[in-house]
Design a protein around this ligand. Structure first.
Ligand SMILES: [Zn+2]
Length: 269
């Protein structure tokens, strides 16, 4: 679906002309620019094939989602600075990008990252700031938002999670969720690709905890509850939904990261 593009996708300056397009547009200055530094509010770190990860965030200058991509995939080391995981939910992090590289259906958030520039940690947002981000960026009707075909990343205001369970598929540990969005659409068997949920569930299973009950209880009783959804690339003719984060304020994970759990587990999810 084409949208009237009025502002530069990189610097948010008003364009001298408006254009109907399914993807963002760069102003003339940004078009000439070789590299873009952007501060991102991190909202997702997910599991990909071959030990790679996918990172996504929000650009607080343009209030657009940005997905740093790299040909061949992003390595796990990218999120770490020494032993600290600096790319984690609601950290503000600076990265450098080579160019805006949008796809015309759904995936118009892609930016090719400069892998020679190590991401710089700036600070962690406080709860009041996070609530503002969520209120500004969230949607209440996921089906309606997906039908527009102009995004692949969504923060969905949720009524609740109805079921969480784990299974093994092709030798891979999987977690799935049934949930209801704020407009009462029901979504079933949505796989979780969020590294934090995957690692935490594995840790709780290992310790004999009833993770399903415990996580639903914390999530559903929180006044601020959101589910981050990402769409996959086209696969068998569809763009599949994945849960890329469970977000509550206060944080249902008590500030722990997937790297913390993987350290305790002694391996990767
Ligand atoms: Zn610009």
């Amino acid at each position: 679906m084409n949208i009237l593009q009025e502002r530069c996708v990189a610097c948010d300056k008003e364009l001298p002309y408006t254009i109907l397009s399914s993807v963002g547009q760069l102003c003339d200055t940004c078009k000439k620019q070789g590299l873009f530094r952007k501060k991102l509010i991190i909202t997702g770190i997910t599991r990909m094939e071959r030990g790679n990860i996918c990172v996504s965030g929000i650009d607080p200058e343009t209030w657009r989602f940005v997905r740093p991509v790299y040909p061949g995939g992003i390595n796990r080391d990218f999120v770490m600075e020494g032993a600290t995981q600096i790319i984690r939910h609601f950290n503000l992090v600076e990265m450098e990008f080579i160019k805006y590289d949008p796809q015309h259906i759904h995936h118009n958030e892609d930016w090719i990252v400069n892998e020679n520039f190590a991401p710089k940690y700036i600070r962690h947002l406080n709860n009041q700031e996070i609530i503002k981000v969520l209120e500004k960026m969230s949607i209440s009707n996921l089906n309606e938002a997906i039908d527009r075909m102009d995004k692949s990343l969504f923060i969905v205001k949720a009524r609740g999670i109805i079921r969480i369970w784990d299974e093994h598929q092709y030798g891979k540990f999987k977690v799935r969720i049934n949930f209801v969005d704020y407009s009462r659409n029901i979504f079933e068997k949505i796989p979780v690709s969020d590294l934090l949920v995957l690692a935490k569930v594995r840790w709780m299973i290992r310790n004999g905890k009833r993770y399903s009950y415990e996580m639903m209880n914390i999530f559903n009783n929180n006044p601020f509850r959101y589910i981050r959804i990402g769409l996959t690339r086209e696969f068998h003719g569809q763009y599949w939904k994945q849960v890329t984060a469970l977000i509550t304020i206060p944080d249902m994970f008590d500030g722990e990261t997937f790297a913390d759990y993987e350290k305790k587990l002694g391996d990767q999810v």
